[in-house]
Design a protein around this ligand. Structure first.
Ligand code: FE2
Length: 174
């Protein structure tokens, strides 16, 4: 995670013309196309025991693309991506995505390699590797991620915002 106080490469760039954001359909086409070209990401894959590992990939203006790796039991928490649209494609292995149903129940769905999911701005989800094999995913955000809100569930099953993190890195837990 990078806090606002941490200078990022982006902040050092001169302000250019603002590019229109991509929608979830355009983002899903992008993550699918990258996942289908393992030469773009496979040589970069690393895993770390301390938590999910990620690195930024080349991306069009106005989009952030990240390669994320997940060892078994590694995951996020229930969160949204603020104003960013997002999509992710499972490039290897299997992850489980959890989304709240209309009645507040949290519904898990297993996603195997090749599957792509979209996440609209302010939608909630959680992703984890609930399996026994490592997993690799390709994520795209537009506008680039700037803040994530983490949500918790009360004893009554009501989802409430727990904390908001300013970040330009994906799926951070801090
Ligand atoms: Fe997410």
């Amino acid at each position: 995670m990078s806090l606002l106080s941490a200078p990022s490469a982006r902040s050092a760039l001169p302000a250019g013309p603002r590019r229109p954001a991509l929608d979830v359909h355009q983002l899903s086409a992008l993550t699918r196309s990258i996942a289908a070209r393992p030469e773009l990401w496979q040589p970069l894959v690393r895993f770390q025991e301390s938590g999910r590992w990620w690195t930024r990939l080349d991306a069009p203006a106005g989009v952030d693309v990240w390669l994320i790796t997940w060892l078994p039991a590694q995951g996020t928490e229930l969160h949204d991506h603020g104003d960013s649209s997002a999509a992710f494609t499972i490039a290897g292995g299997t992850v489980t995505e959890i989304r709240p149903a209309v009645d507040g129940r949290l519904v898990p769905q297993e996603l195997t390699a090749g599957r792509t999911q979209t996440v609209e701005p302010h939608d909630l989800h959680d992703v984890l590797n609930a399996g026994t094999e490592p997993a690799v995913t390709i994520h795209a955000y537009s506008v680039p991620l700037t803040r994530m809100t983490y949500w918790s569930r009360t004893d009554d099953g009501v989802l409430v915002p727990a904390r908001t993190v300013v970040t330009d890195e994906p799926e951070s837990n801090a």
